[in-house]
Each structure stands twice: as structure tokens, then as C-alpha cells.
Design a protein around this ligand. Structure first.
Ligand SMILES: [Zn+2]
Length: 330
């Protein structure tokens, strides 16, 4: 790979797909976004290919070489095969696709596919809050709850591509069933969907709840941002839900700090912005669970996420895959 060649980073989302031509320093030079299902359900692959072709053409016309393609997908991926897993509810037409091979053939360049938050973790490690660290963990609460782990300079993918699924590890062992099939998962308490559903459940028997009034009387209109805002304004129901979110995140930080002892933990994703004013509260909760000396050595930062950081992450995936040394035999 020539040193000045760009990488194409693609973040496939349930709503929007973004592609960028990114420098090796993480600067996004060309950027385009489209609605993932602009041509209707089932056509995301064509849309992704057209978007890539457009960004690639733009970069090349500006005189840049493009070395490789990285793609982040919202679901488990077999990154070794470059194959999307079977569970991608937001973009079901990609399920089982050998996406890396398809893109490599179409664009005649190396292409790599991984879970979007694994890519995000690589992006934060190479270009962002974890730059220079040997180990970091990224927690990304959005609608769901993704996470990614880099340990001693390697992305932890696990035996079946589920490495880093910390959003679906239990923080409450007798907690309620989760939509993933488990129970008591972190996602139930601290994802956007989890926070909204927890608040709806709490107002179910409270027709006079101010939170319900704030949602125009319709429990379905209660969203996570509304709950966080109401909690800041002192609403009792919202405050209880947010307190539980902070405790759940604190317990997860304790698990990460005691179990992996990374140098950096990054909280990002769509919910991160709502967590910024709660940082002290989350760290107080973490201190109830984590070894004091280990937590003291961990840099915890909250970085509100956006499409740009996700694109940069996908480009980081391409760099990671084209540059890392092959595992030594034996
Ligand atoms: Zn779960």
C-alpha cells in the first residue's frame, strides 16, 4: 500500500449508509451519504455498490489512489471470510452475503467487512480517544448496544464473531428477558431502546406521570433523549430510569476494568451525548464495582458518535487488515 493512498470506509446503517475516502491519518476527504433503502427494502447491496463507486470516482478524479475498502455492518460478521452473519435485522438483505469478496471483485481492491462497532473500536484506537494505547474497549449504546475490544494491539473477534458483544452480557443475573434471547443484559438498561422501553414500562400504571404528559400522552412517543432530558429536569420516573442506566454502565465498567484492565474505555454511539452530563455519576457507580487501583489507571472518555467516526472506523479496519502481521505459525 503506498503511503499516501486513501482508504474507502463504509458505514452501513439501518437508515443511512455513509462512505468516505479517508487518509491514513483518519481525515475524511470525500464523504457521501444515502438512505440505505432509498430503492426500497431488499436493495441495500446495490445502493452500497453505487455509493462506493461514486466516492471512489470522486477520489480518483481528485488525483488520489485508493488502496482498500473497509465496511462496517450492523450485526455479527465472520470477518475471516468477510461474510455477513445471519442476524442483521436492520439490513436483512445482507444476511449471509460474502460481502468482502463481492466488493473486492467489483472494485478490484482488497475489501474487508466487520461488525460496525468493531470497526469503530479500530477507528478510536488508530485515530481517536484510544490513539497510542495498546488496549481499549469501546461501548457504543445507540438504538441497540454495540461494543468492541482491542487488546494488546489486536481486535478481539472471538471464535464465532461475537467477540466484544458486551451490550448483551448480563449486568443483572435475574433481570428481565432481553430481545437477544438472554436476560438482564446491559442493553436493556443503557441502550436507546432499553431506556425508552424501561420508561414506558414504568409509566404503564401511572396515567398522571409527567413523563407521559411530556410525550403527549402516548407511551410510544417516549424516546431515550426525552427520558434523559426529563431526568435532568427532575422528573422522578425518568430519573429512576437514568439512575439505573448509570448503575448498569458502572457495573459494565467494573467488569471491563477488572476483567480486561484496558488503558482506555470509550463511551460513544448515539446515546453518548446524553451521557456526557452523567460522567461523574457513571464513574461513581463504576467505583462500586471496579478494583480501585485498576480503575484509577483507566482513562474513561465519553465521545458523542456520528457517521464520520463510523466511516473513519471502517477505513481503520482496512488499514488494520492490510498492515497487521500474519499470525505466526506454532
Ligand atoms: Zn441481550
Amino acid at each position: 500500500m503506498t503511503r499516501d493512498a486513501l482508504l474507502l470506509g463504509v458505514d452501513v446503517g439501518g437508515t443511512t449508509t455513509a462512505a468516505g475516502a479517508v487518509t491514513r491519518e483518519g481525515e475524511v476527504l470525500v464523504e457521501q451519504r444515502v438512505l440505505t433503502h432509498r430503492d426500497g427494502e431488499g436493495h441495500a447491496l446495490t445502493t452500497i455498490i453505487e455509493l462506493l463507486a461514486s466516492v471512489l470516482g470522486h477520489a480518483e478524479r481528485s488525483g488520489h489512489a485508493v488502496a482498500a475498502i473497509g465496511v462496517g455492518v450492523p450485526g455479527p460478521v465472520d470477518a475471516t471470510l468477510g461474510r455477513v452473519g445471519e442476524h442483521v435485522p436492520h439490513v436483512p438483505e445482507l444476511a449471509g452475503h460474502p460481502l468482502a469478496a463481492e466488493l473486492a471483485e467489483r472494485f478490484r481492491r482488497p475489501a474487508f467487512v466487520d461488525n460496525d462497532v468493531n470497526a469503530l473500536a479500530l477507528g478510536e484506537w488508530m485515530f481517536g480517544a484510544g490513539r497510542g494505547a495498546r488496549s481499549l474497549v469501546v461501548l457504543a449504546p445507540g438504538t441497540g448496544f454495540g461494543a468492541g475490544i482491542v487488546l494488546d494491539g489486536r481486535l478481539v473477534r472471538g471464535a464465532a464473531g461475537f467477540g466484544g458483544e458486551l451490550g448483551h452480557t448480563p449486568v443483572k443475573f435475574d433481570g428481565p428477558p432481553c430481545w437477544c434471547g438472554g436476560r438482564g443484559c446491559l442493553a436493556l438498561y443503557a441502550s436507546g431502546r432499553g431506556v425508552a422501553e424501561a420508561a414506558r414500562a414504568r409509566v404503564a400504571g401511572l396515567p398522571d406521570a409527567p413523563l407521559l404528559a411530556a410525550a403527549g400522552g402516548d407511551p410510544r412517543a417516549i424516546t431515550a433523549p426525552l427520558v434523559f432530558r426529563a431526568a435532568r429536569e427532575g422528573d422522578a420516573v425518568a430519573s429512576a430510569v437514568v439512575d439505573e442506566a448509570c448503575r448498569a454502565l458502572g457495573a459494565m465498567l467494573g467488569t471491563i476494568v477488572n476483567g480486561l484492565n484496558p488503558e482506555v474505555i470509550v463511551l460513544t454511539g448515539g446515546v453518548a451525548e446524553s451521557l456526557v452530563p452523567l460522567e461523574a455519576q457513571i464513574l461513581e457507580r463504576a467505583a462500586e464495582y471496579a478494583f480501585r487501583a485498576a480503575l484509577a489507571q483507566t482513562r474513561v472518555t465519553i465521545v458523542p458518535g456520528d457517521k464520520r467516526t463510523s466511516m473513519r472506523g471502517a477505513a481503520a479496519l482496512a488499514i488494520y487488515e492490510t498492515e497487521r502481521p500474519l499470525p505466526s505459525a506454532g
